[in-house]
Write a protein that binds this ligand. Sequence first.
Ligand code: ADP
Ligand code: MG
Length: 636
Amino acid sequence: MTETMQKETLGFQTEVKQLLHLMIHSLYSNKEIFLRELISNASDACDKLRFESLDKPELMPSQGELSITIDADKDSNTIRISDNGIGMSREEVIENLGTIAKSGTSQFLEQLSGDQKKDAHLIGQFGVGFYSAFIVSKEVEVLTRRAGASEAEGVRWVSKGEGDFTIEAIEKKEPGTTIILHLKADETEFVESYRLQHLIKKYSDHISIPVMMPKAAEPVDDEDSKEATDSDDVTYERINSAKALWIRSKSDVSDDEYKEFYKHVAHDFEEPLMWSHNKVEGKLDYTSLIYIPKRAPFDLWDRDAKRGLKLYVQRVFIMDDAEQFLPRYLRFARGVVDSNDLSLNVSRELLQSDKNVDSMKSALTKRVLDMLEKQSKKAESDYNQFWEAFGQVLKEGIGEDFANKDKIAKLLRFSSTHENTANQEVSLGQYLERMKEGQQNIYFITGESYEAAVSSPHLEVFKEKQIEVLVMTDRIDEWMLSHLSEFDGKKLQDVTKGELEESEFTEEEKQAKETLEKEHASLVERIQNVLGAHVNEVCVTSRLKESPACLVLGEHDMGNQLKQILKAAGQNIPESKPTLEINPLHPLLKRMDAEQDEEKFQTLCDIVHGQAVLAEGGQLKNPASFVKNLNSLLIS
Ligand code: ADP
Ligand code: MG
C-alpha cells in the first residue's frame, strides 16, 4: 500500500513518445477533435460500467445516472471532462495511458514521412484517442478510481506529453474519471462554453450517454478544489440528444451524424466510405449499423489483431470486437449490432455456440456483400477505393465461404490487358460483356507484377487475336483461383497452362500449325533429346508470335506463384515438368534447325530453355552455365 502511495515518475513507451510528437504536429489543424476523443472514451467507460453492473448492481453510480460532465474555467484556462464510468486502477492507468499494445506500431510510425497532411491520414487510421489531448494542452491530469475500488484507491496521473508522466495515489470520492486539460496559453477558445457546446453537438451528439454542461453562462468556480465536485449551486443541462443512434430510424439520421458515429465506434479519424443501417424484426430481432472504412488499418494482416462489431444487447453495451457476427474475410467492417434475442450475460464462449448468432452472421454477411455490390454500381470510384484497401482480404472469401462464392466473385476486380493500367478495376461481369464472339473461356495470367505479367510470351497470341486477359498479381490470386474455376458458366483459364482452346483458332490457323508440325518434327525430336531431363515434352506452339519458346504447365499443375509461396514457407513441392513450346518461325529456331554441330546445338537448346524460364519470372537451375553458354555465342 505505502509503495503505491508514493509519487512515481515513469517513462512513456518509445512508441508513445513518437506518436505524441507526430500527433501534436500533424493534427494541429484539426485540434478540436480532442474533445470528441475524450468524450468517446468517457462514453466507452460508462458503457463498460453498465455492463459490469449487470452482475454487480452496486457498481452503478449512487446518484443513479451515468453521465459525462464538462466544465471549463476561464481563469485557470482549464477544461474538465468527468465521467462516472468504469474508471481505472493504477495498473490500468499505466497500461492504457503509457503504452500502445498494438503490435507493429513502431514500424508503422517509422514509415511516416513528416509531411503533415499525409501523416494526418496515417495517424488517423491508427486511431488518435486520448493522446490528442496534448494537441491543445501543456499538461494533462487524469484523476480516476476504478468502480468497486475504495476512496483511497484513487490515482492521479500527470504528464506534459513529453517523455514521462507521474503517477500517485489520491483520495477520490466518486468512482470514474476526470480529465483535466491545462490548455496552452493560446488555446483560449476552448474555455468558451458556446464553443464547447457547439463541438459537442457537432461531434458527439450521437453518444448515448448524456453530456452535461453548466446551465449558467459562467463556468463553475472550483479553483480551491482539486476534486471534480458539482457544487450545489450549479445546475447542469444536457447538450447532446443522448439517444443510441442505431435505434433511430434511418430517415431521422443525417449523413453527418452517421459519419461522426463511425469515428466513435471505429476509433477512426477519417470518415467511412459507406455504411448500411438495418432493423430486422421477426424470427430474429436485431439492429445493425455496419461501416466500411476508407483505409486499411496498419494491422489488417496481423492475425492476432482484434476484429469485429461492437455488441449490444437491448441497448446495453456487451463487448467490443465481437468477431462471431462476420466471417474473417469481412474483418475490415466496423460498427454495432444490437440484439433483442441474446441474453444480457452472453459471453464470447456462448456466442460461439448460439444458433441465433449463426443466423445473424449469415444475414449480416449478406448485408455487407449486398452493400458492396450496391456501391459498386452506384459509386464506382468509392468502390475502387474500397477494392484497393480491402480487395485482397475479400478474396479470402472465395475459398472460405462456399455459400456466398458467387456473390463475392461479382465483387472481384482485376487489372487486365484491356486497360493498360495496373489498377484493379475490371470485374468478371465486365469481362464477359466484352468477350469476343465464340470465346470459350475467361483468360487470366498470374505474375509478380503487372509489367512482368503483361510482357509474358504467353500473351502474344492473345494480343494478336485481341482477346482480353485478366492480370493477377496478388499473392493470394492463385490460391483463390484454385477455388474459383467458373464464373457465370464460363471457365477461368490460366493462359500458361494446358492446351489452348481449339475453337479460338480458325481452320486456316489450325492447318498452318499442322504443316509447321510436320515440317519441324525432326527439330522437335532433336530438342527433346537434349532437354528431355528438364521438360515433359517439346512441341510446336500456337501461342507465340515474337518469342522463340515458352514453357506451358499441365492443366492441373501448381502455378509458379503458388509454388514460390509454398517454397518460401518451407514446404515440399511436387516436381512437375512443363512442356516446351517452340516457335519454329523465330530466327533462333531456324538457326538451330540448320545447326550441324551437336555441341553448338546443345548450347542453343540450353539458351532457348533458359530464356523461357526467365521470361516468366522463373529461376534458372544453373545461372552460371546459362551465362557461359550465352557468352560463348555472343563472341563466336
Ligand atoms: P481507444 O479509445 O481507441 O482504446 P484511447 O487512446 O482513446 O484509445 O484510450 C486508451 C485507453 O485508455 C482506453 O482504451 C481505455 O482503456 C482508457 N481510458 C481512456 N479514457 C478513459 C476513461 N475516461 N475512463 C476509463 N478508461 C479510459
Ligand atoms: Mg478512444
